[in-house]
Design a protein. Structure first.
Length: 202
């Protein structure tokens, strides 16, 4: 979480805004957001500075429904532990995604924090791009580097390897020679000259 607060501060220092996803491993923050939105549901968001947006997209045999609730409320911030650590935090966000396929329905709920005002339509768009980039990166790391199969658990090993995989992925993506990321990764393990060429570009 310390790294995330530094990222938020760096973004604000550059006069930009952030929308950061809060995951379950960010214990207190994730739990506090979940609890506050549960409370907001119970009181029907009464007397809260909040907004709501919904989009429905159809295509390729599926329907995707996205809903966004955005709250900018001093009481909510007081409830959230250590909220002062987040630079210019203005809004907490809940996004619900429902994907209807012919044979099943998938649902995901995600929480975000942002320095942007509580404008659900804008924030829904921002989180949609965030989700697409995150899923794309995870897919590449899993398929090309088999990240999900890793059994590293001791100490900081898992986090260190995740950083090294992303570093390696960035090097491979930067290379302009022909071939897929998978092919280049395989080739770099067999061809020392090619590996040195990749490292020279860093």
């Amino acid at each position: 979480m310390g790294a995330q607060t530094k990222i938020a501060q760096a973004i604000r220092d550059e006069k930009a805004d952030y929308v950061l996803r809060v995951k379950d491993n960010q214990g207190n923050l994730h739990l506090d957001l979940k609890d506050w939105f549960a409370h907001a549901d119970q009181v029907a968001f009464a007397e809260m500075n909040s907004s709501y947006a919904k989009t429905i997209n159809k295509g390729h045999g599926r329907i995707e429904i996205r809903e966004c609730w955005a709250i900018s409320d001093p009481l909510a911030f007081e409830y959230i532990r250590n909220y002062q650590g987040w630079a210019d935090l203005q809004t907490i966000i809940r996004v619900r995604r429902e994907r209807r396929l012919p044979d099943k329905t998938e649902t995901e709920i995600a929480y975000y924090i942002s320095s942007l005002p509580a404008e659900a339509e804008l924030l829904l768009m921002a989180t949609r791009y965030h989700w697409a980039v995150e899923n794309s990166l995870h897919w590449v790391l899993d398929v090309i580097f088999r990240e999900d199969d890793s059994r590293m658990r001791a100490g900081d090993a898992a986090q260190n390897m995740a950083i090294l995989r992303q570093f390696a992925l960035n090097i491979l993506k930067k290379d302009t020679s022909k071939g897929s990321i998978r092919t280049k990764r395989f080739k770099s393990g067999l061809d020392t000259t090619f590996l040195e060429t990749l490292l020279d570009q860093v």
